[in-house]
Design a binder for this molecule. Structure first.
Ligand code: FES
Length: 598
Protein backbone atom coordinates (compact mmCIF):
# COMPACT_ATOMS: atom_id res chain seq x y z
CA UNK A 1 0.00 0.00 0.00
CA UNK A 2 1.20 3.50 -0.77
CA UNK A 3 1.01 6.45 1.61
CA UNK A 4 2.32 9.97 1.97
CA UNK A 5 4.50 11.57 4.62
CA UNK A 6 4.04 15.27 5.19
CA UNK A 7 7.37 16.61 6.42
CA UNK A 8 7.66 19.85 8.39
CA UNK A 9 9.44 22.24 8.55
CA UNK A 10 10.85 21.14 5.20
CA UNK A 11 7.38 21.56 3.70
CA UNK A 12 7.55 18.46 1.56
CA UNK A 13 5.10 15.63 1.01
CA UNK A 14 6.83 12.43 0.01
CA UNK A 15 5.48 9.08 -1.15
CA UNK A 16 6.20 5.89 0.77
CA UNK A 17 5.03 2.31 1.06
CA UNK A 18 3.73 0.25 3.96
CA UNK A 19 6.70 -0.83 6.04
CA UNK A 20 9.08 1.95 4.94
CA UNK A 21 10.83 3.55 7.89
CA UNK A 22 10.57 7.32 8.19
CA UNK A 23 14.35 7.45 7.77
CA UNK A 24 14.48 5.42 4.56
CA UNK A 25 11.55 7.34 3.01
CA UNK A 26 13.16 10.70 3.89
CA UNK A 27 16.53 9.54 2.54
CA UNK A 28 14.94 8.49 -0.71
CA UNK A 29 13.41 11.94 -1.03
CA UNK A 30 16.76 13.59 -0.48
CA UNK A 31 15.89 14.85 3.00
CA UNK A 32 18.98 14.10 5.00
CA UNK A 33 18.52 13.16 8.63
CA UNK A 34 21.38 12.65 11.02
CA UNK A 35 21.94 8.94 11.41
CA UNK A 36 25.21 8.41 13.24
CA UNK A 37 24.68 4.70 13.77
CA UNK A 38 23.45 4.12 10.21
CA UNK A 39 19.91 3.22 11.32
CA UNK A 40 20.74 0.74 14.06
CA UNK A 41 18.59 2.60 16.62
CA UNK A 42 21.38 3.30 19.06
CA UNK A 43 22.57 6.87 18.45
CA UNK A 44 19.30 8.73 18.99
CA UNK A 45 20.22 11.30 16.31
CA UNK A 46 17.30 10.66 13.93
CA UNK A 47 14.74 12.00 16.37
CA UNK A 48 11.43 13.13 14.78
CA UNK A 49 8.02 13.97 16.17
CA UNK A 50 4.98 12.21 14.75
CA UNK A 51 2.26 14.87 14.68
CA UNK A 52 -0.51 12.80 13.08
CA UNK A 53 -1.14 9.50 11.34
CA UNK A 54 -0.43 5.83 11.81
CA UNK A 55 3.00 4.43 12.50
CA UNK A 56 4.35 1.18 13.94
CA UNK A 57 4.32 0.58 17.71
CA UNK A 58 7.26 1.79 19.78
CA UNK A 59 10.23 -0.51 19.77
CA UNK A 60 12.06 -1.51 22.92
CA UNK A 61 15.08 0.54 21.76
CA UNK A 62 12.94 3.65 21.38
CA UNK A 63 11.37 3.28 24.82
CA UNK A 64 14.82 3.02 26.36
CA UNK A 65 16.26 5.93 24.34
CA UNK A 66 13.38 8.39 24.48
CA UNK A 67 11.89 7.95 27.95
CA UNK A 68 9.05 10.41 28.62
CA UNK A 69 9.45 12.10 25.26
CA UNK A 70 7.41 9.31 23.64
CA UNK A 71 4.31 10.84 25.25
CA UNK A 72 4.76 13.88 22.99
CA UNK A 73 5.08 11.77 19.87
CA UNK A 74 8.88 11.69 19.62
CA UNK A 75 10.21 8.69 17.72
CA UNK A 76 13.40 7.45 16.14
CA UNK A 77 12.97 7.74 12.37
CA UNK A 78 15.06 4.63 11.73
CA UNK A 79 12.81 2.50 13.98
CA UNK A 80 9.41 3.86 12.96
CA UNK A 81 7.55 2.24 10.10
CA UNK A 82 4.81 3.99 8.17
CA UNK A 83 1.33 2.39 8.36
CA UNK A 84 -0.79 5.18 6.81
CA UNK A 85 -0.59 8.85 5.83
CA UNK A 86 1.63 10.60 8.37
CA UNK A 87 2.68 14.12 9.32
CA UNK A 88 6.00 14.53 11.06
CA UNK A 89 8.14 17.37 12.35
CA UNK A 90 11.92 17.17 12.08
CA UNK A 91 13.72 19.33 14.67
CA UNK A 92 16.80 21.22 13.46
CA UNK A 93 19.15 19.03 15.46
CA UNK A 94 18.02 15.96 13.49
CA UNK A 95 18.19 17.63 10.11
CA UNK A 96 21.55 17.59 8.38
CA UNK A 97 20.90 20.86 6.57
CA UNK A 98 21.06 24.56 7.32
CA UNK A 99 24.31 23.95 9.05
CA UNK A 100 26.98 26.61 9.14
CA UNK A 101 29.46 25.61 6.50
CA UNK A 102 32.92 27.04 6.37
CA UNK A 103 33.94 27.81 2.82
CA UNK A 104 36.21 30.78 3.46
CA UNK A 105 39.90 30.42 3.98
CA UNK A 106 42.96 32.62 3.76
CA UNK A 107 43.99 33.22 0.19
CA UNK A 108 47.59 33.04 -0.92
CA UNK A 109 49.11 34.40 -4.12
CA UNK A 110 49.61 31.68 -6.71
CA UNK A 111 51.19 31.74 -10.13
CA UNK A 112 48.39 31.13 -12.64
CA UNK A 113 49.41 28.21 -14.79
CA UNK A 114 46.35 25.94 -15.07
CA UNK A 115 46.19 22.56 -16.80
CA UNK A 116 43.56 23.87 -19.20
CA UNK A 117 44.20 26.71 -21.65
CA UNK A 118 41.83 28.29 -24.14
CA UNK A 119 42.46 29.01 -27.83
CA UNK A 120 39.82 30.82 -29.86
CA UNK A 121 39.65 29.93 -33.55
CA UNK A 122 37.59 30.98 -36.56
CA UNK A 123 37.42 27.90 -38.76
CA UNK A 124 36.60 27.99 -42.47
CA UNK A 125 33.24 26.21 -42.78
CA UNK A 126 33.40 22.98 -44.82
CA UNK A 127 32.14 22.82 -48.38
CA UNK A 128 32.06 20.35 -51.23
CA UNK A 129 35.45 21.68 -52.27
CA UNK A 130 36.76 21.58 -48.67
CA UNK A 131 35.39 18.35 -47.18
CA UNK A 132 37.90 17.93 -44.35
CA UNK A 133 36.52 16.28 -41.23
CA UNK A 134 35.81 18.47 -38.20
CA UNK A 135 38.75 17.10 -36.22
CA UNK A 136 41.26 17.66 -39.09
CA UNK A 137 39.94 21.17 -39.52
CA UNK A 138 40.65 21.94 -35.84
CA UNK A 139 44.08 20.29 -35.91
CA UNK A 140 45.11 22.44 -38.90
CA UNK A 141 43.72 25.65 -37.35
CA UNK A 142 45.61 25.04 -34.12
CA UNK A 143 48.74 23.73 -35.81
CA UNK A 144 48.54 20.63 -33.61
CA UNK A 145 48.58 17.46 -35.77
CA UNK A 146 48.70 15.24 -32.68
CA UNK A 147 45.60 16.70 -31.06
CA UNK A 148 43.57 14.05 -29.20
CA UNK A 149 39.77 13.89 -29.12
CA UNK A 150 38.16 11.56 -26.61
CA UNK A 151 34.91 9.83 -27.53
CA UNK A 152 32.71 12.09 -25.34
CA UNK A 153 34.28 15.14 -27.02
CA UNK A 154 33.75 13.68 -30.50
CA UNK A 155 30.10 13.07 -29.70
CA UNK A 156 29.59 16.80 -29.04
CA UNK A 157 31.95 18.16 -31.68
CA UNK A 158 29.78 18.49 -34.80
CA UNK A 159 26.99 20.23 -32.94
CA UNK A 160 29.31 22.57 -31.02
CA UNK A 161 30.98 23.76 -34.23
CA UNK A 162 27.79 24.32 -36.14
CA UNK A 163 25.74 26.14 -33.48
CA UNK A 164 28.68 28.53 -33.09
CA UNK A 165 29.16 29.04 -36.86
CA UNK A 166 32.67 27.49 -36.58
CA UNK A 167 33.91 30.33 -34.32
CA UNK A 168 34.79 28.56 -31.08
CA UNK A 169 36.97 28.61 -28.01
CA UNK A 170 38.80 25.30 -27.79
CA UNK A 171 39.57 24.19 -24.22
CA UNK A 172 42.85 22.27 -24.28
CA UNK A 173 44.50 20.13 -21.63
CA UNK A 174 47.96 19.47 -23.07
CA UNK A 175 47.26 17.86 -26.44
CA UNK A 176 43.70 16.79 -25.54
CA UNK A 177 40.56 18.69 -26.40
CA UNK A 178 38.40 19.20 -23.30
CA UNK A 179 35.48 20.95 -25.01
CA UNK A 180 34.37 23.52 -27.55
CA UNK A 181 32.47 26.63 -26.43
CA UNK A 182 31.29 29.85 -28.10
CA UNK A 183 34.21 32.11 -29.10
CA UNK A 184 35.87 34.00 -26.24
CA UNK A 185 34.44 31.85 -23.46
CA UNK A 186 36.73 31.59 -20.43
CA UNK A 187 37.31 28.11 -19.06
CA UNK A 188 36.18 27.46 -15.49
CA UNK A 189 37.57 25.16 -12.85
CA UNK A 190 35.80 23.58 -9.92
CA UNK A 191 37.65 22.99 -6.63
CA UNK A 192 35.95 20.65 -4.16
CA UNK A 193 36.66 20.02 -0.52
CA UNK A 194 34.96 16.69 0.17
CA UNK A 195 34.60 16.51 3.94
CA UNK A 196 33.15 13.68 6.00
CA UNK A 197 30.44 16.07 7.21
CA UNK A 198 30.47 19.00 4.85
CA UNK A 199 31.16 19.77 1.21
CA UNK A 200 32.55 23.02 -0.14
CA UNK A 201 32.74 23.94 -3.82
CA UNK A 202 34.49 26.86 -5.53
CA UNK A 203 33.93 27.97 -9.13
CA UNK A 204 37.09 29.58 -10.44
CA UNK A 205 37.96 31.45 -13.65
CA UNK A 206 41.04 29.59 -14.84
CA UNK A 207 42.45 32.56 -16.75
CA UNK A 208 42.23 35.19 -13.99
CA UNK A 209 42.28 32.98 -10.89
CA UNK A 210 39.20 34.76 -9.57
CA UNK A 211 36.80 32.71 -7.43
CA UNK A 212 33.46 33.52 -9.03
CA UNK A 213 31.28 31.77 -6.45
CA UNK A 214 31.51 29.34 -3.58
CA UNK A 215 28.94 27.24 -1.78
CA UNK A 216 28.70 24.61 0.92
CA UNK A 217 26.39 21.67 1.54
CA UNK A 218 26.10 18.80 3.94
CA UNK A 219 27.60 15.50 2.87
CA UNK A 220 24.50 13.34 2.22
CA UNK A 221 26.46 10.24 3.24
CA UNK A 222 25.72 11.33 6.83
CA UNK A 223 22.43 9.50 6.41
CA UNK A 224 24.44 6.27 6.26
CA UNK A 225 26.72 6.98 9.20
CA UNK A 226 28.39 10.01 10.72
CA UNK A 227 32.06 9.11 10.71
CA UNK A 228 34.36 7.30 8.32
CA UNK A 229 34.20 4.00 10.21
CA UNK A 230 30.38 3.96 10.04
CA UNK A 231 30.58 4.64 6.29
CA UNK A 232 33.10 1.82 5.82
CA UNK A 233 30.77 -0.43 7.76
CA UNK A 234 27.81 0.56 5.54
CA UNK A 235 29.87 0.01 2.40
CA UNK A 236 30.89 -3.51 3.36
CA UNK A 237 27.77 -4.72 5.15
CA UNK A 238 25.20 -3.90 2.44
CA UNK A 239 25.42 -5.44 -1.01
CA UNK A 240 24.88 -2.06 -2.69
CA UNK A 241 26.34 -0.01 0.19
CA UNK A 242 29.42 1.17 -1.67
CA UNK A 243 27.46 2.21 -4.72
CA UNK A 244 24.87 3.99 -2.57
CA UNK A 245 27.61 6.05 -0.91
CA UNK A 246 29.29 6.77 -4.24
CA UNK A 247 26.16 7.81 -6.06
CA UNK A 248 24.81 10.13 -3.34
CA UNK A 249 28.07 12.03 -3.15
CA UNK A 250 28.44 12.38 -6.92
CA UNK A 251 24.84 13.59 -7.10
CA UNK A 252 25.41 16.11 -4.29
CA UNK A 253 28.58 17.46 -5.91
CA UNK A 254 26.86 17.78 -9.28
CA UNK A 255 24.05 19.68 -7.53
CA UNK A 256 26.61 21.94 -5.86
CA UNK A 257 28.16 22.66 -9.29
CA UNK A 258 24.72 23.28 -10.84
CA UNK A 259 24.01 25.85 -8.11
CA UNK A 260 27.36 27.60 -8.63
CA UNK A 261 26.77 27.80 -12.38
CA UNK A 262 23.24 29.14 -11.91
CA UNK A 263 24.54 31.73 -9.48
CA UNK A 264 27.16 32.96 -11.97
CA UNK A 265 24.97 32.42 -15.06
CA UNK A 266 27.56 30.13 -16.59
CA UNK A 267 27.16 26.78 -18.31
CA UNK A 268 28.22 23.46 -16.79
CA UNK A 269 30.01 22.90 -20.12
CA UNK A 270 32.38 25.76 -19.18
CA UNK A 271 33.76 23.61 -16.32
CA UNK A 272 36.92 22.28 -17.92
CA UNK A 273 38.89 21.04 -14.91
CA UNK A 274 38.15 19.78 -11.40
CA UNK A 275 40.38 19.31 -8.34
CA UNK A 276 39.00 17.37 -5.40
CA UNK A 277 40.46 16.86 -1.94
CA UNK A 278 39.13 14.70 0.85
CA UNK A 279 40.30 12.25 3.47
CA UNK A 280 41.35 8.84 2.22
CA UNK A 281 38.02 7.14 2.99
CA UNK A 282 36.01 9.91 1.31
CA UNK A 283 38.40 9.75 -1.67
CA UNK A 284 37.95 5.96 -2.03
CA UNK A 285 34.16 6.11 -1.63
CA UNK A 286 33.92 8.92 -4.20
CA UNK A 287 35.91 6.90 -6.73
CA UNK A 288 34.10 3.64 -5.95
CA UNK A 289 37.30 2.03 -4.63
CA UNK A 290 37.09 -0.67 -1.95
CA UNK A 291 37.28 0.67 1.63
CA UNK A 292 37.25 -2.49 3.73
CA UNK A 293 41.04 -2.50 4.12
CA UNK A 294 40.97 1.13 5.29
CA UNK A 295 39.02 0.04 8.35
CA UNK A 296 41.52 -2.65 9.34
CA UNK A 297 45.04 -2.27 10.67
CA UNK A 298 47.42 -1.37 8.98
CA UNK A 299 44.82 0.80 7.11
CA UNK A 300 46.28 0.58 3.60
CA UNK A 301 44.83 2.73 0.81
CA UNK A 302 44.38 1.23 -2.65
CA UNK A 303 46.18 4.21 -4.13
CA UNK A 304 48.02 7.11 -2.57
CA UNK A 305 49.38 8.99 -5.57
CA UNK A 306 47.42 11.74 -7.33
CA UNK A 307 44.74 10.42 -9.70
CA UNK A 308 43.47 12.05 -12.86
CA UNK A 309 40.12 10.60 -14.01
CA UNK A 310 37.76 11.70 -16.82
CA UNK A 311 34.81 13.55 -15.27
CA UNK A 312 32.28 11.60 -17.37
CA UNK A 313 33.56 8.33 -15.87
CA UNK A 314 32.72 9.69 -12.43
CA UNK A 315 29.24 10.60 -13.67
CA UNK A 316 29.70 14.39 -13.77
CA UNK A 317 28.03 16.51 -16.40
CA UNK A 318 30.73 19.09 -17.25
CA UNK A 319 32.76 19.79 -20.42
CA UNK A 320 32.91 16.39 -22.19
CA UNK A 321 36.70 16.06 -21.89
CA UNK A 322 37.02 17.56 -18.38
CA UNK A 323 39.13 15.66 -15.88
CA UNK A 324 38.92 15.30 -12.10
CA UNK A 325 42.25 15.40 -10.29
CA UNK A 326 42.43 14.10 -6.74
CA UNK A 327 45.55 15.23 -4.94
CA UNK A 328 47.75 12.55 -3.32
CA UNK A 329 46.85 10.87 -0.04
CA UNK A 330 49.48 10.30 2.62
CA UNK A 331 48.12 7.33 4.58
CA UNK A 332 44.92 5.55 5.57
CA UNK A 333 43.75 8.41 7.75
CA UNK A 334 45.63 11.33 6.26
CA UNK A 335 44.25 12.26 2.90
CA UNK A 336 44.52 14.81 0.15
CA UNK A 337 42.56 17.30 2.26
CA UNK A 338 45.51 17.54 4.62
CA UNK A 339 47.91 17.96 1.69
CA UNK A 340 45.64 20.76 0.43
CA UNK A 341 45.49 22.31 3.91
CA UNK A 342 49.31 22.38 4.06
CA UNK A 343 49.39 24.13 0.69
CA UNK A 344 46.49 26.48 1.40
CA UNK A 345 47.67 27.60 4.82
CA UNK A 346 51.14 28.40 3.51
CA UNK A 347 52.62 26.08 6.15
CA UNK A 348 54.90 24.35 3.67
CA UNK A 349 56.67 27.62 2.98
CA UNK A 350 56.81 28.81 6.61
CA UNK A 351 60.09 29.32 8.37
CA UNK A 352 60.90 27.89 11.81
CA UNK A 353 58.94 25.23 13.68
CA UNK A 354 55.33 25.10 12.51
CA UNK A 355 52.56 22.91 13.87
CA UNK A 356 49.38 22.47 11.82
CA UNK A 357 46.09 21.10 13.14
CA UNK A 358 43.22 20.45 10.77
CA UNK A 359 40.29 19.87 13.10
CA UNK A 360 37.26 18.21 11.60
CA UNK A 361 35.47 14.95 12.25
CA UNK A 362 38.99 13.56 12.15
CA UNK A 363 41.96 15.70 13.15
CA UNK A 364 45.18 15.64 11.16
CA UNK A 365 48.45 17.03 12.50
CA UNK A 366 51.65 18.10 10.78
CA UNK A 367 54.89 19.30 12.30
CA UNK A 368 57.43 20.93 10.01
CA UNK A 369 60.81 21.54 11.58
CA UNK A 370 64.42 21.64 10.40
CA UNK A 371 63.52 20.47 6.91
CA UNK A 372 61.61 17.45 8.17
CA UNK A 373 57.86 16.87 8.07
CA UNK A 374 55.92 14.51 10.37
CA UNK A 375 52.17 13.83 10.24
CA UNK A 376 49.64 11.83 12.22
CA UNK A 377 45.90 11.74 12.73
CA UNK A 378 43.39 10.99 15.44
CA UNK A 379 39.63 10.61 15.70
CA UNK A 380 39.29 13.54 18.06
CA UNK A 381 36.70 15.45 16.13
CA UNK A 382 33.33 13.71 16.59
CA UNK A 383 32.90 15.01 20.15
CA UNK A 384 33.45 18.54 18.91
CA UNK A 385 30.94 17.98 16.11
CA UNK A 386 28.44 17.25 18.88
CA UNK A 387 28.54 13.47 18.50
CA UNK A 388 28.62 11.42 21.73
CA UNK A 389 27.55 14.50 23.71
CA UNK A 390 23.97 14.19 24.96
CA UNK A 391 22.91 17.68 23.92
CA UNK A 392 25.62 18.10 21.33
CA UNK A 393 24.89 19.19 17.79
CA UNK A 394 26.67 20.61 14.79
CA UNK A 395 27.03 24.32 14.23
CA UNK A 396 23.48 25.20 13.14
CA UNK A 397 20.99 27.89 14.15
CA UNK A 398 20.16 27.51 17.83
CA UNK A 399 23.45 25.85 18.76
CA UNK A 400 25.13 27.38 21.82
CA UNK A 401 28.45 28.53 20.38
CA UNK A 402 29.83 30.62 23.24
CA UNK A 403 29.66 30.18 27.00
CA UNK A 404 30.86 32.60 29.65
CA UNK A 405 30.59 32.24 33.42
CA UNK A 406 31.31 35.60 34.97
CA UNK A 407 30.59 36.90 38.42
CA UNK A 408 28.31 33.95 39.17
CA UNK A 409 26.27 34.52 36.00
CA UNK A 410 25.98 32.23 33.01
CA UNK A 411 25.97 33.85 29.57
CA UNK A 412 25.21 31.91 26.40
CA UNK A 413 25.38 32.89 22.77
CA UNK A 414 23.58 30.84 20.12
CA UNK A 415 24.11 30.78 16.38
CA UNK A 416 21.79 33.30 14.71
CA UNK A 417 20.49 34.19 18.19
CA UNK A 418 17.93 31.40 17.91
CA UNK A 419 16.43 29.68 20.99
CA UNK A 420 19.02 27.19 22.27
CA UNK A 421 18.60 23.62 21.06
CA UNK A 422 22.01 22.13 21.82
CA UNK A 423 25.73 22.75 22.14
CA UNK A 424 28.17 22.85 19.24
CA UNK A 425 31.92 22.29 19.48
CA UNK A 426 33.03 25.84 20.28
CA UNK A 427 30.36 26.06 23.02
CA UNK A 428 31.44 22.73 24.48
CA UNK A 429 35.07 23.82 24.62
CA UNK A 430 34.12 27.15 26.24
CA UNK A 431 31.90 25.38 28.76
CA UNK A 432 34.68 23.06 29.94
CA UNK A 433 37.15 25.95 30.20
CA UNK A 434 34.66 28.17 32.01
CA UNK A 435 33.51 25.46 34.47
CA UNK A 436 37.13 24.71 35.29
CA UNK A 437 37.95 28.40 35.76
CA UNK A 438 34.90 28.91 38.01
CA UNK A 439 35.90 25.91 40.12
CA UNK A 440 32.86 23.80 39.11
CA UNK A 441 35.03 21.10 37.55
CA UNK A 442 38.12 19.37 38.90
CA UNK A 443 41.08 18.28 36.82
CA UNK A 444 39.77 14.67 36.66
CA UNK A 445 36.52 15.81 35.05
CA UNK A 446 34.22 15.55 38.07
CA UNK A 447 31.65 18.30 38.62
CA UNK A 448 31.85 20.10 41.94
CA UNK A 449 28.65 21.57 43.38
CA UNK A 450 30.16 22.58 46.68
CA UNK A 451 30.19 26.28 45.75
CA UNK A 452 26.41 26.40 45.91
CA UNK A 453 25.93 27.45 42.28
CA UNK A 454 22.38 27.21 40.89
CA UNK A 455 23.78 25.73 37.66
CA UNK A 456 24.81 22.42 39.19
CA UNK A 457 22.21 19.97 40.42
CA UNK A 458 21.93 16.32 41.27
CA UNK A 459 20.74 14.39 38.20
CA UNK A 460 19.94 10.75 37.46
CA UNK A 461 23.58 10.02 36.68
CA UNK A 462 25.26 12.24 39.24
CA UNK A 463 25.90 15.97 39.21
CA UNK A 464 24.96 17.85 36.06
CA UNK A 465 25.45 21.40 34.80
CA UNK A 466 22.20 23.01 33.63
CA UNK A 467 22.77 25.36 30.71
CA UNK A 468 19.11 25.75 29.80
CA UNK A 469 16.33 24.75 32.19
CA UNK A 470 13.43 22.77 30.72
CA UNK A 471 11.04 25.72 30.63
CA UNK A 472 12.99 27.68 28.03
CA UNK A 473 10.51 28.60 25.30
CA UNK A 474 10.65 26.44 22.17
CA UNK A 475 13.79 24.79 23.39
CA UNK A 476 14.44 21.73 25.44
CA UNK A 477 16.44 21.34 28.58
CA UNK A 478 20.16 21.40 27.91
CA UNK A 479 22.44 19.82 30.46
CA UNK A 480 26.03 18.67 30.54
CA UNK A 481 27.20 15.93 32.88
CA UNK A 482 30.30 13.97 33.68
CA UNK A 483 29.90 11.52 30.81
CA UNK A 484 29.97 14.50 28.42
CA UNK A 485 33.05 15.89 30.15
CA UNK A 486 34.70 12.49 29.77
CA UNK A 487 34.06 12.51 25.99
CA UNK A 488 35.81 15.87 25.74
CA UNK A 489 38.67 14.63 27.93
CA UNK A 490 39.23 11.81 25.42
CA UNK A 491 39.15 14.17 22.46
CA UNK A 492 41.33 16.75 24.16
CA UNK A 493 43.84 14.14 25.23
CA UNK A 494 44.01 12.66 21.73
CA UNK A 495 44.83 16.09 20.33
CA UNK A 496 47.53 16.97 22.85
CA UNK A 497 49.04 13.49 22.67
CA UNK A 498 49.24 13.70 18.87
CA UNK A 499 51.15 16.96 19.15
CA UNK A 500 53.49 15.62 21.84
CA UNK A 501 54.36 12.52 19.85
CA UNK A 502 55.19 14.56 16.77
CA UNK A 503 57.40 16.83 18.90
CA UNK A 504 59.10 13.78 20.40
CA UNK A 505 59.79 12.38 16.92
CA UNK A 506 61.28 15.67 15.79
CA UNK A 507 63.27 16.10 19.03
CA UNK A 508 61.71 19.50 19.65
CA UNK A 509 60.43 21.07 22.84
CA UNK A 510 56.87 22.40 22.91
CA UNK A 511 58.01 25.92 23.77
CA UNK A 512 60.10 26.03 20.57
CA UNK A 513 57.03 25.91 18.33
CA UNK A 514 57.02 29.23 16.46
CA UNK A 515 53.47 29.06 15.19
CA UNK A 516 50.40 26.84 15.39
CA UNK A 517 48.11 26.88 12.35
CA UNK A 518 44.52 25.82 13.10
CA UNK A 519 42.36 24.92 10.11
CA UNK A 520 38.96 23.35 9.58
CA UNK A 521 35.40 24.39 10.33
CA UNK A 522 35.47 23.81 14.09
CA UNK A 523 38.98 25.24 14.17
CA UNK A 524 37.67 28.51 12.73
CA UNK A 525 35.08 29.15 15.38
CA UNK A 526 36.64 27.78 18.55
CA UNK A 527 38.09 30.06 21.19
CA UNK A 528 41.80 29.28 21.07
CA UNK A 529 42.31 30.53 24.62
CA UNK A 530 39.74 27.97 25.90
CA UNK A 531 41.71 25.25 24.09
CA UNK A 532 44.97 26.44 25.66
CA UNK A 533 43.36 26.76 29.10
CA UNK A 534 42.10 23.16 29.25
CA UNK A 535 45.35 21.76 27.85
CA UNK A 536 44.04 20.74 24.45
CA UNK A 537 46.60 22.98 22.74
CA UNK A 538 50.24 23.54 23.73
CA UNK A 539 50.81 26.10 26.48
CA UNK A 540 52.00 28.92 24.24
CA UNK A 541 51.13 32.58 23.96
CA UNK A 542 47.84 33.16 22.14
CA UNK A 543 49.72 35.22 19.53
CA UNK A 544 51.48 32.14 18.18
CA UNK A 545 48.16 30.62 17.02
CA UNK A 546 46.67 31.41 13.61
CA UNK A 547 43.16 30.35 12.54
CA UNK A 548 43.07 29.95 8.75
CA UNK A 549 39.52 28.72 8.02
CA UNK A 550 39.00 26.19 5.26
CA UNK A 551 42.62 25.96 4.13
CA UNK A 552 41.91 22.65 2.35
CA UNK A 553 39.50 24.52 0.05
CA UNK A 554 42.16 27.17 -0.56
CA UNK A 555 44.74 24.49 -1.35
CA UNK A 556 42.36 22.79 -3.80
CA UNK A 557 41.83 26.13 -5.57
CA UNK A 558 45.58 26.70 -5.76
CA UNK A 559 46.09 23.27 -7.33
CA UNK A 560 43.33 24.05 -9.81
CA UNK A 561 45.16 27.19 -10.91
CA UNK A 562 48.73 25.97 -10.96
CA UNK A 563 50.52 22.94 -12.33
CA UNK A 564 53.43 24.00 -10.10
CA UNK A 565 51.26 23.62 -6.98
CA UNK A 566 50.20 20.14 -8.15
CA UNK A 567 53.84 19.17 -8.43
CA UNK A 568 54.51 20.68 -5.01
CA UNK A 569 51.68 18.50 -3.59
CA UNK A 570 53.20 15.36 -5.14
CA UNK A 571 56.65 16.21 -3.89
CA UNK A 572 55.43 17.05 -0.37
CA UNK A 573 53.38 13.85 -0.03
CA UNK A 574 56.52 11.84 -0.80
CA UNK A 575 58.52 13.68 1.87
CA UNK A 576 56.07 13.32 4.79
CA UNK A 577 56.87 10.79 7.50
CA UNK A 578 53.59 9.32 8.71
CA UNK A 579 53.38 8.33 12.37
CA UNK A 580 50.78 5.78 13.51
CA UNK A 581 50.06 7.12 16.99
CA UNK A 582 48.78 3.93 18.57
CA UNK A 583 51.95 2.04 17.65
CA UNK A 584 54.11 4.53 19.57
CA UNK A 585 55.34 3.01 22.89
CA UNK A 586 54.75 6.26 24.81
CA UNK A 587 51.24 6.78 23.46
CA UNK A 588 49.28 5.14 26.31
CA UNK A 589 51.10 6.87 29.14
CA UNK A 590 50.94 10.26 27.43
CA UNK A 591 47.27 9.76 26.64
CA UNK A 592 46.47 8.92 30.27
CA UNK A 593 48.36 12.01 31.51
CA UNK A 594 46.64 14.28 29.02
CA UNK A 595 43.18 13.24 30.19
CA UNK A 596 43.62 15.69 33.06
CA UNK A 597 41.99 19.06 32.49
CA UNK A 598 44.52 21.78 33.22
S1 FES B 1 18.88 5.96 16.23
FE1 FES B 1 20.54 5.90 14.90
S2 FES B 1 19.84 6.45 12.99
FE2 FES B 1 18.20 6.48 14.28
Amino acid sequence: MNFEIDIEPVGRRIPCSQGDTLLSAAQRAGIVLNATCGGEGVCGRCLVRVMAGQVSPLTFTEEAELGKRVEEGWRLACQTEVCGNVRIHIPPESLATAQRIQTEGHSLPVEINPAVRVVTVNLPPPSLSDPLSDTERIKIALGMPDLVFSLPVLRELANALRINAFAVSVFLNGCSVVGLRPANTAALGLAIDLGTTKLAGYLVDLSTGETLACAGAMNPQIAFGEDVMARISHAISKSDGSEQLRSVIVEALQKLANGLCEQTKRSLLDIADVVIVGNTVMHHLFLGLPVKQLGLSPYIPTVSSALDVPAFEIGFDFAPGAHVLSLPNIAGFIGADHVAMLLGSGMVKSKGVVLGLDIGTNTEFSLIANGRHFSCSTASGPAFEGAHIKYGMRAAPGAIEKVLIYDGKLMLQTIDNQPPIGLCGSGILDLIAQMRKAGYLNSHGALDGSKGTPFIRQGKNGLEFVLVPSLEKEGREIIFDRSDVNEIQLAKSAMRTGVQILLQKAGIDEKDIDSVVIAGAFGSYLDVQSGIDIGMFPKLERERFIQVGNAAGTGARMALLSLGVREQAREMSRRITYIELTSEPSFSSMFARNLLIE
